[in-house]
Unconditional design. Sequence first.
Length: 354
Amino acid sequence: MRRSPELTEGGSAFPKTAMQQTPAILTAALALLATLAAPARADTVPSEPRKPHIEVVDQAPRGQPPSLFRQDLEKADTLGVGRIARDVDEHLPAVEALSTYLGSRIAHLGYARARAVLARDNAEMADFLRRGIVDIVSETPLSAVHLVEATGASIILRERRKKSESYASVIFVRADSPVRTLADLRGRRIAFEDRGSTTACLLPLAEIKRAGLQPVPLEDSMSPPVENAVGYYFTLSESSIATSVARRVADAGALSDEEWRSLQHEQPQPPVELRIIHTSDPVPRAFVLTGPGVSPAQRDGLRKLLLAMEAGDDGSDVLKRYGKVDGFDAIDGELEARIRSLEATHSLLREEMD
């Protein structure tokens, strides 16, 4: 501990008496207390240097690679097979089935292994695609177009699911509702599944905008409607959408035409009748994309492997486990035109999808 310097008088050191020292000691103590109580000056050097604050603009958050297969996924010779999913337990076995199938057939493309990767949402999947953590992924059409724009990914195939090449979105209300057209939704509320659903959110949202209405997100199902706007909230499940409308929690709901037909089949005489007020144009069921780091030769090789799957017993079995996928189709002129149409729809939804 460093000693306090002696007080001097007349240039030579003369120790002060206790009475003489007291005012000086009190002065020093008060000065110390004032220093501790005062806010730190800009030129004060802290005991530990602080990290500078850097604001990142227009850049997606950089997440950690998934804990599962993390070491493998960071290797350049790993093929990351991705999917966007909230429920890991439900979707991981399906993605692992496809990654296992591809893993034994991709050595000639420069890959040593294939590993499953699940992302929580579009933003995380975009991050994984940019960094090469995911190299191939299948997604619903508008999310696919969004990932192409956000990352430079390439659409290489159309995916057929549940014996259909395309599907549409239907907006429905109670049979006794005064709502007859989209314009009648002004000042009312509509229930969607989640912000990533093509037919139970994105397509109906685009249709509402095309009708000249202003959609406004609500906090939850208890939020009041917004005057001169269409309020929307998320139920996080398709089954809850019809229930919300039937119970008057929401004025309207949106589902795919496939889910609507299933609902009618399961409940041919439901307790409360529902009716459709609007149906969107059909869109392709899903697309397969490859990341920006996948070379043209690798894209072509992966395309050939996927196209051949439905012809073989082992491949068709994996497709069923992957998500009731029937097979894949090459991108022709007609599909290119439909993709351009989707790009126009995506431009209406960019704010909601970012």
